[in-house]
Design a protein around this ligand. Structure first.
Ligand code: SF4
Length: 350
């Protein structure tokens, strides 16, 4: 813990209560309203969610009321928000809340993460902001804010950088006085002050601590997105099955296939050997067998999918952490997986 971290956390905690926007899901704040708003806000602007939130809550005031609704009704109430997969996930989550949690939304991150459509960010957000837990939250706004505060010009899609930001965020939440104020304050600062273009540094409570401002490098962070030239990306995916289930990991909340689930994978701009793939994966692997190599052309990338089947070392356990789970092979349709992710899983013949 450094003195500047403490000053940073304190400045955010003091700033937020005085500057918080009056958003409907903040008043009253309940776990159910938080869960609905978080799912609505994924990939959708606040202004659009503001139009749809209260009508949805009027119709589905509790998890029970949503759980008992017909899916068509749920989708109808979701109109205007797009990305209907989220509506279906919320519907299934409501049913699980009724079945497994007596109709009460859990507020611990691990239970939240076990619900459909709820990833590390959403679980941490509810656990922290509603439950007061010391869980870090990193969304695009927090990432930009902390990158600027630390004057870190790495690409927001760089996985090492993303880990670094999560670790900064966890450090702050560990030392702060009130995790809900700290976390929501960081998100609010990123959304309203430390905006992507023309941040309002003159109004920022972190101005005296912000390294990119002190070094005159605010405009460089985050770095501009790559232009039209397509990046070559090698995606090494390992399909690991055990007793009728397949191991999935969740991608980061930003970047390519944001928040989607996939067979555990590593990505590289260069070709890797099998031994490098084994070394870099966070699971102890017994074997690796190539199944297929496929090409995918995305807007900004040419992706080569190297698809392997793999088996864990005897006795190896996958830690029950957030962001990793075993899914029944027959249940993959219920998990948000990109088209490429489905292609990877379908290509495995093991
Ligand atoms: S001083 Fe400017 S760049 Fe730094 S955190 Fe505040 S708004 Fe962002």
């Amino acid at each position: 813990m450094s003195p500047s971290d403490q000053r940073l956390a304190a400045a955010i905690e003091q700033w937020f209560p005085l500057n918080a926007r009056d958003l409907p899901w903040r008043n009253p704040r309940t776990p159910w309203r938080a869960l609905v708003s978080e799912l609505m806000l994924q990939q959708t602007q606040v202004s659009r969610v503001l139009e749809r939130f209260e009508p949805f809550m009027d119709r589905f005031a509790t998890p029970c009321s949503l759980a008992s609704a017909d899916e068509q009704d749920v989708l109808a109430m979701w109109q205007g928000l797009g990305y209907y997969r989220r509506a279906r996930s919320l519907h299934r989550a409501a049913r699980e809340i009724v079945d497994r949690f007596d109709g009460e939304v859990p507020i611990d991150a691990v239970s939240l993460c076990s619900l459909p459509g709820v990833g590390r960010y959403t679980a941490g957000s509810i656990a922290s902001i509603v439950g007061g837990a010391r869980e870090a939250i990193v969304d695009g706004n927090v990432m930009r804010l902390l990158a600027r505060v630390h004057c870190d010009g790495a690409s927001p899609t760089d996985r090492v950088f993303i880990k670094r930001v999560w670790s900064w965020a966890q450090n702050l939440v560990d030392i702060c006085e009130q995790p809900p104020l700290l976390n929501e304050g960081m998100m609010e600062l990123g959304a309203t002050v430390c905006t992507p273009t023309l941040p309002s540094c003159d109004k920022c409570p972190l101005a005296a601590l912000c390294q990119s401002r002190l070094q005159g490098r605010v405009s460089e962070i985050p770095p501009p997105k790559r232009s039209a030239a397509r990046q070559e990306l090698h995606h090494y995916a390992v399909v690991i099955k055990r007793r009728g289930k397949v191991l999935l990991e969740q991608r980061a909340a930003t970047g390519l296939w944001a928040g989607m689930w996939q067979a555990p994978a590593i990505e590289s701009q260069t070709i890797l050997s099998e031994s490098e793939v084994i070394k870099r994966l966070p699971f102890p692997l017994q074997s690796l067998r190539i199944q297929k190599v496929m090409q995918r052309t995305l807007t900004h990338r040419n992706v080569t999918l190297h698809i392997y089947s793999g088996s864990l070392k005897r006795g190896a356990r996958v830690p029950a952490t957030m962001g990793v789970k075993w899914v029944p092979v027959g249940g993959l349709a219920d998990v948000p997986i990109s088209n490429a992710g489905h292609a990877v899983l379908a290509a495995d013949n093991s």
